[in-house]
Ligand binder design. Structure first.
Ligand code: ADP
Ligand code: ADP
Length: 233
């Protein structure tokens, strides 16, 4: 479903040098897998995620999603691919001036879905995340966990095959974290969505992930099945 081939992303460094945030990463994520990406702050995890949905264009290498080579697309094509990939962040950033329903329907409206159809679909995803009864509420009326579930609903609205999560539970307490993780598990098992998540919590990896990739200084230094990697000395 996702394939990275020798991907490199550099930024201008000090004194005209180049700094590689992602430095030669090759990675394959099979359809239906949950991959956890772990590593210290600054290891390149967020950059890797942004390369997968093409918010960043690689300096070198190739990024394939669903068999399509994103590196070969123009901006219009990249935008279409981005719509086919859901993204969940640590801080949800819902529009305060829109209802829960309006927030979830928003990406559909952006994609040109007619209003009535967008609302129908938004209600359907809200039902999936267990918040249908909150559709008419305002974001500020929700708890942190509910807001994060709305974030997941918004990411799912366009029926993506891939969901990328950047520290989606890092700002949540243990109980709420659990709720969101259980939801992400259902997204994977019931909807068949391939999930890639960044986390610094090993419990999250153990609970949710099939595969894990450990990043350090822009490289994947260790990867494989979770039970296998954790069993290594
Ligand atoms: P985190 O540790 O939570 O991943 P980061 O320190 O990586 O946070 O940075 C968060 C955001 O700031 C990212 O979107 C990243 O692209 C951007 N960023 C980080 N470092 C720089 C930098 N040196 N110049 C410009 N943007 C940066
Ligand atoms: P992580 O998510 O593992 O914390 P990031 O991918 O956010 O790591 O960042 C990796 C490195 O790349 C960091 O040193 C960060 O400062 C740098 N970086 C990230 N985004 C940018 C950017 N837009 N411009 C310059 N440097 C960046």
């Amino acid at each position: 479903m996702i394939e990275l081939r020798d991907v490199r992303k550099t930024y201008p460094g000090k004194h005209g040098t180049e700094f590689a945030a992602v430095d030669g990463v090759s990675l394959t994520v099979a359809e239906g897998t949950v991959l956890g990406v772990v590593g210290h702050s600054g290891a390149g995890k967020s950059t890797l995620l942004r390369l997968v949905n093409h918010l960043e264009v690689p300096t070198a290498g190739r990024v394939l999603v669903g068999g399509r080579d994103l590196t070969a697309l123009d901006e219009r094509g990249r935008r279409a691919v981005r719509r086919s990939i859901g993204m969940v962040f640590q801080h949800v950033n819902l529009f305060r001036s829109r209802t829960v329903l309006g927030n979830v329907a928003y990406p559909l409206r952006l994609a040109g879905t007619p209003r009535a159809e967008a609302r129908r679909r938004a209600l359907e995803v809200l039902r999936f995340v267990g918040l249908e009864d909150r559709a008419r509420h305002w974001p500020e009326q929700l708890s942190g966990g509910q807001r994060q579930r709305v974030g997941v609903a918004r990411a799912l609205a366009t029926s993506p095959k891939v969901l990328l999560c950047d520290e989606a539970t890092s700002a949540l307490d243990p109980q709420t974290t659990r709720e969101v993780l259980e939801l992400l598990r259902r997204v994977n098992t019931e909807l068949g969505v391939t999930v890639v998540l960044i986390t610094h919590e090993m419990d999250v990896v153990r609970f949710l992930c099939d595969q894990v990739a450990v990043m350090s200084e822009g490289r994947v230094v260790e990867s494989g099945e979770v039970y296998e990697v954790f069993a290594r000395p």
